[in-house]
Ligand binder design. Structure first.
Ligand code: PLP
Length: 216
């Protein structure tokens, strides 16, 4: 399955985040043996346990909600946080990053699905934040792009519309705030059921779990 996914990603120049949540380290090592290096987890506790016992050159991505009081634990090693959903969280990660003498890459999570969700910015909220002095004061977090999850539905047109919306948000933020920041380039969207649509709509990172590891 890894090879099939790689073939589908190749023409788009997109990268695969192998979402290993709930699956044991042994399963991660199988993909590691096939040269997969980016793994995503959605819970801090599980991420810490796995990181401690697995090869040091794995790039760990946090893809689930992060509580401010847990930023300290992942700050020393996390390579990308997909799920930044408030200024408060960016500030917490920034101050932990300072203590580790690191700059931590992150994505702003947007709420694009129809489903109710507590997490994710609206475009207006993000614009307001990006203009704020508090945001401009942050030196040890680097906003590299956007992330979103489409509605869980069979309606492919709906999913496509939501991915297109996220790409639109990315393009507008890029033009307005990041035009001279080449690192602002990531669009994290697409999971096992919809990553092909996400690729067509501009994803640079797809987050795939069950298709790689089996059902949870
Ligand atoms: C679990 C999860 C995924 C992967 O989902 P699959 O349907 O198993 O591919 C992607 N993104 C997030 C945020 C997740 O929590």
């Amino acid at each position: 399955m890894l090879d099939e996914i790689r073939l589908k990603l190749a023409p788009f120049d997109a990268r695969l985040v192998a979402v290993s949540k709930t699956h044991p380290a042994s399963e991660i090592l199988k993909l590691y043996g096939a040269a997969q290096r980016i793994f995503g987890e959605n819970r801090v506790h599980e991420l810490l346990e796995k990181q401690a016992g697995l090869p040091a050159d794995i790039e760990w991505h946090l893809i689930g909600h992060l509580q401010t009081n847990k930023a300290r634990q992942i700050a020393p090693f996390v390579s990308l946080i997909h799920s930044m959903d408030s200024l408060k969280l960016l500030q917490a990660v920034d101050s932990e990053a300072v203590k580790c003498d690191r700059v931590i890459d992150c994505l702003l999570q947007f709420h694009i699905a129809e489903e109710e969700s507590k997490f994710g910015f609206s475009e207006n909220e993000a614009v307001e934040m990006l203009q704020s002095l508090q945001f401009l004061a942050l030196k040890n977090v680097r906003v590299c792009g956007v992330m979103g999850m489409a509605t869980y539905t069979e309606d492919r047109a709906q999913v496509r519309k939501e991915f297109r919306e996220l790409k639109g948000v990315f393009d507008r933020l890029k033009a307005r705030f990041f035009s001279e920041k080449p690192f602002f380039k990531e669009i994290s969207m697409g999971m096992s059921g919809d990553f092909e649509i996400a690729l067509e709509e501009g994803a640079t990172l797809v987050r795939i779990g069950s298709l790689l590891f089996g059902a949870r």
